[in-house]
Design a protein around this ligand. Sequence first.
Ligand code: KG4
Ligand code: ZN
Length: 358
Amino acid sequence: MRDLLLLGIETTCDETAAAVVRRRADGTGTILSNIVRSQTADHAAYGGVVPEIAARAHVEVLDGIVERALRSSGVKLVELDGIAAAGGPGLIGGVIVGLTTAKAIALAVRKPLIAVNHLEAHALTARLTDAVPFPFLLLLVSGGHTQLVAVTGVGEYTKLGGTIDDAIGEAFDKTAKMLGLPYPGGPAVERAALKGDANRFALPRPLHGRPVPDFSLSGLKTAVRLEALKIAPLSDQDVNDLCASFQAAIVDILADRVRCALRLMRERGLKPNALVLAGGVGANQAVRRMLHKVAADGGTRLAVPPPELCTDNGAMIAWAGAERLALGLTDDLSASPRARWPLEEVTGHDMRDAEAAD
Ligand code: KG4
Ligand code: ZN
């Protein structure tokens, strides 16, 4: 096994990103470049991501982003061992742009293509940043996803729990919008919460204590709206207090659900080497503080990629591509972009083994 150099392309939502990553034979990795162009400004006026605007913006800038990623890494196209792109799940227009670009490059330079599941890329990032060995518990909390997953290998993902309605990032975004705070809502709510009283409003902790670590956020969101309506018009302090109370509820919910998932893993005979926090909500300091404690209480540790690797980026795609390529897992040019692609449907089956067995 030798070092692998991968280009990674990410276009599933509102970041256009490309990166070059090296995976050494011992399984450790280094980011050689990581270029992210956020479309936040393009969508801000609409209070959320507009799929058509996103797809168009990806088309316009992706070539330039890939060029910059290559140039700043000092790696030439011909030196790459593989081209990885997020093949989903995500907004289909953007996924088509990224995956098609990766196919064109792979074809032109005759390198393997790896169509990476975006969630798998979030899941494996902690192995790049913290060299976390399998198995570990993944808490994936982003704008589109809220899942607890037992990760026992590349392509070995067992979902322990998920949300039955909104994702946690989505709950942050909707709460922010409701309270007149700017998009994206997570950072805005976190900033407001710092100045607020978390005890002023008694908000619900849905599904608290349930034996399966699922989430439900829509009742919490409604509770915030009802409290806001009761005291409208809202002063700045009211908004800060609502944000602080909302964030405290989210932190409590996460703590309880993660404890439950750690317990489930143990019951299945798996000793988690870490609790890995991934996705945009992982940038939240209050969430991080609580999970540090929950992990320590559960006899493990919290591993969180730095904030710029928690939100969407190309390095996580390149790294997941490298982990798959190291196992001989590549895709052919017929790989389809997918809007929906649950993590449990990703496999780590080595095609070469299958061929050898035939
Ligand atoms: O992983 P990500 O960049 O994109 C995907 O959804 O895949 O996550 C974005 C989400 C948004 O909902 C955003 O509001 C949330 O992560 N987020 C935060 C914070 N920063 C980003 N939520 C809470 N606190 C934050 N500091
Ligand atoms: Zn993401």
